[in-house]
Design a protein around this ligand. Structure first.
Ligand SMILES: [Zn+2]
Length: 215
């Protein structure tokens, strides 16, 4: 994602708003100058700056994550007594840190474009926000869909403020990433449920359109 014209930003907004459920083929981000590491760093920095501002506006103090850990395969940090698993990113409330399998995320970045990184990282920060707001959830899926909504709200705020530019194809990357991360079936009671592709896209768009306050 890079600085671009307002027209492209508008196009992204319209597509995201209008095309809930539509999944465009993933687009490669071949002419972008950012490396994977640049995008990961950028997504973290911008997301935390956004939440810091949000918290300040409501008279609260945002607590930055204590660590942001890249791992590969099985080498990740455990969370309590739960070991990190390959091909994942997660927030650990016990240590207030985020960890991600960089090999896995790098391959998503290569296959699906930088939109995947700008989705996964704000989603995980969404869980760090939930921990700070001490939101109570009855079902795991509610927590997951709210994190998708937070990710949408974060990205739209960053695009509106000009902190983040949108490139053509970004909306397709974001939707394809949500599609890929969706549950195969609609099983609300499953403790591991994250929501179907359609539900995840719907909550992302809700946040993107109405802001994090709507989540
Ligand atoms: Zn999650």
């Amino acid at each position: 994602m890079k600085p671009v014209t307002r027209a492209l930003i508008l196009a992204l907004t319209l597509l995201l708003v209008a095309s809930c459920g539509l999944v465009r083929p993933p687009s490669m981000d071949s002419q972008g100058g950012d490396t994977f590491e640049d995008d990961v760093r950028g997504a973290r920095t911008l997301t935390e700056a956004f939440w810091q501002q949000q918290f300040a506006q409501s008279g609260r103090t945002y607590r930055p994550v204590s660590d942001f850990i890249a791992y590969s395969g099985d080498s990740g940090p455990s969370c309590g007594n739960q070991p990190a698993v390959p091909n994942n990113a997660f927030y650990c409330p016990l240590g207030h840190f985020i960890a991600y399998d960089q090999t896995w995320m790098d391959s998503l970045w290569n296959e699906m474009g930088d939109g995947s990184v700008y989705l996964i990282i704000p989603h995980e920060f969404g869980h760090a926000i939930q921990a700070q707001l001490q939101t109570d959830f009855q079902l795991n899926i509610q927590m997951e869909l709210q994190a998708d909504c937070y990710a949408g709200g974060t990205l739209s705020a960053l695009v509106s403020s000009g902190a983040l530019g949108a490139e053509p194809g970004d909306e397709g990357e974001l939707f394809a990433s949500l599609e890929a991360a969706g549950d195969p079936t609609d099983d609300w009671l499953n403790p591991a449920a994250h929501g179907t592709a359609e539900q995840r896209q719907q909550f992302f768009v809700k946040g993107f359109r109405n802001g994090v306050g709507s989540c």
